[in-house]
Structure formats: C-alpha cells, structure tokens
Write a protein that binds this ligand. Structure first.
Ligand code: XUL
Length: 517
C-alpha cells in the first residue's frame, strides 16, 4: 500500500491506496481550525497580519502530523505501507537552525513532534502563499536584471509576492540575525518530508518552481537568483530531486510510535497543485483541471517547460516529467464562504435548484468576486464589486447574488486562463466545492466546456499516494485507470444556447474589472 499526505492551507489529509486491488484503503484528515483551536487559526493561517503578511504556525503543522498518524493507525495497517509521498500548499517556507538535523535524528517516539522540533525554528512563523508583503523585494529582484522578463524566462514566473525567493529576501532584510541563524530553509512540502524521513529532504521541481529561484530548464538552483535574493542562500536550501525519487526510509519515530515498517520508504514531496495534476489523471497534456479550494487554480500539463511570456500565470515542474501551466486565484472558497455567511444561507443555496431558478438571469448581474486581495488580476480589493439594479446592489435575492459570484469567478478564469475563442475540450473539476452540482453547471456554461468530476474528491492527497506508487515502479497509466475514474453520470455538458450570453458577459466583466484594477 502507498500513503499520500496533503498539507494544504486549512487541513492535513492522508489517503492510503492499494494498487493491487485498485482501492482506497483509508482516508483521514485533520482540520487545523476545528481540530487544533489552540492555535487560533480558523482557516489555517494567523489572522490579522500587518502589511500584507499572512503567516502560519509550523508548530500547528507538527501537532497535526501526530494527530493525523494517530487517526490513520486506527483506519489502516500502517505496517503494510511501502512508500510515502506527499505535497504541501505551495510557496510557504519553514526556517530552521543548526539543531534541526540532530533533533530529527534523535526524535524520541514517546514525546510529540512539536515539543521536540519547535526549538529548532529560527523564524517562529511561516509565510504562506496568501502573503503579499514583498512588493519591495519583488521590485528589487526584478531590477537586478537588465531585462524585466529575465526571471520569467529562467524560472517560469515573473517575480511574485508569494513566491519563496522574495519571502526569503524580506526575512533577511527584516531579521538579519534570524536569517544568519537559519541553517535550513524548507518549503512546506520538503519540511514534512524531512520530518518523516528524519533528515533534511530535497525539494522537487514541481514545488521548487514556485520560488523564483529554480532554473526550470536546467532543474537546478539559479546562482544569480540566489545571490539577488539573500547572501549564502545556496548553503541553506535543500537539493532538487524529482518527487518520484526515493530519498530515505521512515524515521524510527514513526515506526516506533505508529507501527510503520522500518523499511517503509519516503519519496519526494511536491506542491499541492502538481500533486493534484497527477491525482486528476491530467499529468499528460489534454485535460484542464480547475481546483476549487482555499485558492482556486486552473492548470494543465504542457510539453516542456517554456514560459508564457505574457506574464500571466506560472510554469511549474510536472511530477511525471515536463511542465504544467497554472493560474492561481486567491479569492476561492474564502470568497464563496464570505458571501454564504453574509447572506446567512447554507451550501444548499449554491445547489442546482436555487441556481436553476435564476437561469433566465444568466450573465445579467455582474460581480467582481473579490473579498480580499487578489492575485489574478493583481489588485487589492476590500469587498466584491457589483453591477446590476438597485436590489442586486443592496445584496438582495440570495440565489442571484450566489449566481453572480460564481459566474464572476469563472468569468475571471476565462478572461485570464482560457483562450476566449477556443474553450478547453474538457475540464476536470476538483476541490471541496466541486461536488456541488450548481457550481459545476455554472462552470460548464460560463466556460462552454464539458465538466467532469472524479470519484476521489481529494485529488492532491490521491496524487501524492499515486506518486508514492510511481516511485515504487507502478506505471502511471495503470494508476490512472484504477484511481482517476470520472463519477458515472456526473459529466455536465455546457448549454450552448448560453454561449453568446457569456461572451457578452465576459466583455462587460472585463470592462468593469478595468475600472477597478
Ligand atoms: C499556487 C498557490 C496556491 C497554493 C495553495 O500558486 O499559491 O494554489 O498552492 O493551494
């Protein structure tokens, strides 16, 4: 059996798969807000950060790992797991001093991880992907090259606020002593891999390409970019290795405390989006995936790793080889939940019937669906922008508000991700909100493409479990056949009668957006 662990923004989840029977043997999850309320992070990050800072507490992640393992041993025979792989929310970073290696090597199975490892943190909190505090650092790094597109050419992305290189630079500038004490800088993914392996683990090109530090074509750290980010950075970064490589065996802490076999191996950990690409059966070009999570993301596999030179979105490494193109939208489920709470409705209001009743109003009212700062387009919003009659502007008629929010989210995706003249031939929808038929129907209509959902909704954890099996030699086609099946009868065809309606709505949405960005 193979275990995949997904360390996402709001939860830590695990899936155990058995490729010999094609079944999911166990699924467990720890929700940071609900299960670890002592960290005061209802959505997994520390609320109220100043100057655009959004950080999370790495001690919470360590507590969650013990809790997850505790739950998992009740659900599966952990002694049968041959390889573990995993993924983390992208771009987040963890800073550790020189005691980290010794602490990892000497973990005592009778005491918990947080107590033993947190004294090694050289930075108490971890900046995560929602952070947008590094505008100055991004400008400095961009200006260190004659050509403003040079970083995009080398790394697959323009210098981006949430990416780890600018984040490291800000730490170096604001706390030079803390930076000097730092011996290891890990991504969320490689941090979890290190804890499981009992020694510092590599970063994979999928997650490493979210740092503005990796030369994508060469698959190695870019020495110029390292030098422009912070001094002596090379010595603090892990090596770069594909996620499908085995880099160690499990730490005796986990075999002693939870019953893993001593020879259970640890493969690479990647980013949540690259893992999801694998879990959605989309690791070869053809399918577009939309992941509706804390952030909404739009991604697909691409041949090679050549950058899009328009600066929209990113090229990341693909755990199965080649690249993936990704566009990230910060106002995903946080915006859906904010509107739901504002209206005092529950998720049923997002369901098919209520939305079907407003179908005659498709594309009429418009909403720029941004409750907080947005990444695509890059702009600071403090609430949604509405366009419609007086009642709509006053927030009345909940189904109409919900329709406008969802249409706005998919119109924004269509504007920034798809070629408006040639819709994708198929969209695979994943993430918590993807189970909702009302949301899936609006996605199909706005994007004018068929939408499929797969049997396993937790595609990042599943993708990680599949990467663990790939590392043990299972072929990708066989794994996709077994685990990436669309739910029978769940395919939603677009209503082609709405094609012109949404083309017109797209033009008006674009005009409204231009007034505010
Ligand atoms: C991608 C991004 C988010 C995080 C959290 O660039 O910032 O999707 O990976 O899911």
């Amino acid at each position: 059996m193979f275990l995949g662990i997904d360390a996402s923004t709001q939860s830590l989840s695990a899936i155990v798969i058995d490729p010999s029977t094609g079944t999911v043997a166990a699924r467990e999850s720890v929700n940071f807000g609900a299960d670890l309320p002592e960290f005061d992070a209802p959505h997994g990050f520390i609320p109220g950060g100043a100057d655009g800072e959004v950080h999370a507490d790495p001690r919470m992640w360590l507590k969650a790992l013990d809790l997850l393992m505790d739950r998992l041993r009740g659900a599966a025979d952990l002694g049968k797991i041959r390889v573990i792989a995993g993924d983390g929310q992208q771009h987040g970073s963890v800073y550790l001093d020189e005691t980290f290696d010794g602490r990892l090597a000497g973990l005592d199975p009778s005491r918990d991880l947080a107590g033993q490892l947190s004294p090694a943190l050289s930075r108490a909190t971890s900046p995560i992907w929602m952070d947008h505090s590094t505008g100055d650092e991004c400008a400095e790094i961009t200006a260190s090259f004659d050509d403003p597109l040079e970083v995009l050419r080398r790394t697959g992305s323009v210098v981006t606020e949430r990416f780890t290189g600018p984040q490291i630079r800000r730490f170096f500038k604001t706390d030079p002593e803390g930076y000097a004490r730092t011996r290891h800088i890990h991504l969320v993914s490689s941090f979890f891999a290190s804890v499981l392996a009992g020694r510092s683990a590599p970063v994979d090109p999928g997650d490493g390409s979210g740092m503005n530090l990796l030369n994508l074509a060469r698959g190695t750290w870019d020495t110029d970019l390292l030098a422009h980010a912070a001094p002596e950075l090379a010595a603090k970064l892990p090596s770069v290795e594909p996620a499908t490589h085995i880099h160690g065996v499990i730490s005796p802490y986990f075999s002693g405390r939870y019953g893993f076999a001593e020879d259970c191996r640890i493969a690479g950990f990647t980013g949540d989006n690259p893992a999801s690409l694998v879990g959605m059966g989309a690791s070869t070009p053809g399918n577009v995936v939309i992941s509706l999570g804390t952030s909404d993301t739009w991604f697909s596999a691409c041949e090679g790793v050549a950058s899009r030179m328009d600066g929209i979105g990113h090229i990341f490494g693909n755990p199965c080889g080649g690249g993936m193109a990704l566009v990230c939208f910060a106002n995903g489920s946080l915006a859906r939940e904010a509107l739901r709470d504002e209206l005092g409705v529950d998720w049923d209001a997002f369901e098919d019937e209520a939305l079907a009743a407003t179908r005659d109003r498709a594309g009429r009212e418009l909403m720029l669906p941004f409750y907080g700062p947005e990444i695509t387009p890059l702009a600071k919003f403090s609430g949604p922008v509405r366009q419609g009659d007086a009642a709509f502007m006053a927030g009345e008629n909940p189904p109409l508000q919900i329709r406008a929010l969802l249409e706005g989210q998919f119109l924004n995706m269509r504007l920034h991700s798809a070629d408006p003249d040639s819709p994708p031939s198929r969209i695979r929808l994943t993430g918590g909100a993807s189970r909702n038929n009302g949301i899936a129907r609006i996605a199909a209509d706005v994007l004018q493409a068929p939408v499929e959902r797969l049997e396993s909704p937790d595609s990042a954890a599943l993708g990680s479990a599949m990467i663990a099996a790939l590392a043990a030699g299972h072929p990708v086609g066989e794994l996709e056949e077994a685990f990436c099946r669309p739910v029978a009868g769940s395919r939603i065809e677009p209503d082609t009668a709405l094609a012109m309606t949404y083309r017109d709505a797209l033009t008006r949405f674009d005009a409204l957006l231009r007034k505010h960005v």
